[in-house]
Write a new protein. Structure first.
Lengths: 330, 330
């Protein structure tokens, strides 16, 4: 499966997901609630989570596989959860812009956006229960709780200047990995997969999420703004301890470490002003090489487990997606 | 069953609910998340919703009734949902105080409180699914969605100066009635009740919620601050169109109606300054009598349906609670 085939596949699946969400949300009574939800959900997102559910539901032999509509109904749960978390994140961060457009809270204020997030969270969980029963509910519940716990862990480690790599991975696993893993596992569950297959796809999903996050970290230093559509150095400016920097901090000699700490202690503009210097130090201590190596390892480990599924088009797509996560430059 | 017996019963049940919640929340990893949740949940609330689940689970003959722990596990779901909505309400309203204590957002800021609400909402729904299956999930999901839709309806009717009684009841049914009705129905469901019994207890729960709201409206005009612990006139000051006022507006002659509209068009202090005048006009048009009459009717209709349950202690408690809702002066 070449790159274009992969892109075509995902484009088609995204369309199917969008149509399912539009039909599902038609029952909302309040006009404003509907507007807020549509603004947040139909924002050019790639629908990666529901697409994974759709693919993973087809991975198994599927004698017990339900019809396409039921799979779609469970798939959109994961887009709803993602959108709910973005609504609340944007309120918490006072964010005005997302993907170059005004956020819902910038347009309508905090109140309807908090409520819209609650509505989506509730609707997602109800839907998961209705379509996939208590088992799907438990999957979704664990992922949502992990996302919240990760936010608290992130806030605490930031407050404590905790720079352990273990914490970095714990936060990334909760914030990004947990929901992707749940989306994958939900598909295999619907498709009637074995416990071994469910464990394998969880690992794939979690590692895809972690690798995605690491590549995000790299692009924030090394990306081409003309490709990514955003300036480099945001993470440093915000004092975010991402993997390349964490590695450099750990490996640096006393003097270089002191320099990095001095930069991190400066205010936002002060940090940004010394971006090139930090880039050089990360490079000197192989922070970028190390981070990319970790992403490669994670993807390799995630893919290795997939041997418990039959070979076929869906497995090709999962491998293609893993390759895309590593290769992406935007 | 006299008043003291009723109070003793509820005190005992509240203790049981509190212990169940404490045990359940012990698994939380983040220290701050735990602190925020405990502050919001263990705040002197009466636990009315979970108590209703406990009572209603015992209403039926109960050949299929699960053990007490499982009933408790479903009961606390309704306290979690209530607490989640209070967390988010207080953020939305920028509230500093609740029950005479600082709110969680006053202590820890907006971010952990939004997340704590999300956590509770998710945990409640997961628990409902795990204990009561897809049926309990659907109950909880409908109630949560109704609560959000009601918030939007309330905001819209306020913006449009819509003063219809129909809207008043729709908002109250969504904001207060839906969750109480779901707590009651969940109990009867666990107890193995028939569809007829489930419909009857829903009506009871919804009407208890509506009557509770109406009595709240009355106390905000006629209450004794020494008993209620809060000043009268808050609703008027905030421009809230509660039932006594709505009725007076509808019945008032041209001149009196113009006076009421003039008061409502004033700013908060301007409204509060004319509280006595508004009291008189509501009295003149029997707004208080009318509202109390509606509360009585709702309770009577709610109780009438309960004849499909066997006579016994639980039915006595439900009747006692209904009487308390009407009689309460704080």
């Amino acid at each position: 499966m070449d790159n274009q085939e992969l892109i075509n596949f995902f484009r088609q699946a995204a369309l199917e997901v969008d149509l399912a969400m539009q039909a599902d949300l038609a029952s909302i009574e309040s006009g404003l609630l509907g507007e807020v939800l549509f603004h947040g959900i139909f924002n050019g997102g790639k629908r990666i989570r529901p697409q994974l559910t759709l693919i993973c539901a087809e991975l198994t032999d599927g004698a017990r596989r339900p019809d396409r509509q039921r799979i779609l109904d469970l798939a959109i749960v994961f887009e709803y959860l993602h959108a709910a978390s973005l609504f609340h994140d944007d309120v918490i961060d006072h964010a005005d812009q997302r993907r170059g457009k005004p956020t819902a809270n910038a347009i309508w204020g905090v109140s309807p956006v908090i409520l819209a997030g609650d509505y989506l969270l509730s609707r997602a969980m109800t839907k998961a229960g209705a379509v996939g029963g208590a088992e799907a509910m438990a999957l979704v519940g664990r992922a949502t709780e992990a996302m919240v716990e990760a936010e608290f862990l992130q806030a605490r480690t930031a407050a404590e200047n905790n720079t352990s790599e273990e914490n970095y991975f714990k936060v990334a696993a909760g914030k990004t990995g947990a929901l992707i893993a749940a989306a994958c596992e939900a598909g295999v569950y619907l498709g009637g997969g074995s416990p071994e297959q469910r464990a394998a796809i969880r690992l794939y999903g979690e590692n895809i999420g972690l690798a995605f996050q690491i590549i995000d970290d790299l692009l924030d230093y090394q990306g081409d703004p003309a490709r990514t559509g955003k300036a480099v150095g945001n993470d440093l400016g915000e004092g975010k301890m991402t993997l390349p920097l964490l590695h450099a901090m750990r490996r640096a000699g006393l003097e270089d470490r002191a320099t990095l700490e001095e930069v991190l202690a400066a205010d936002g503009d002060g940090k940004t002003a010394r971006f090139a210097e930090v880039m050089d130090l990360i490079g000197k201590y192989d922070g970028f090489v190390y981070a990319r190596g970790r992403a490669n390892e994670l993807i390799a480990a995630g893919l290795a487990g997939l041997s418990c599924f039959r070979a076929g088009r869906e497995l090709q797509i999962l491998k293609g997606l893993a390759g895309y996560v590593l290769r992406r430059d935007k």
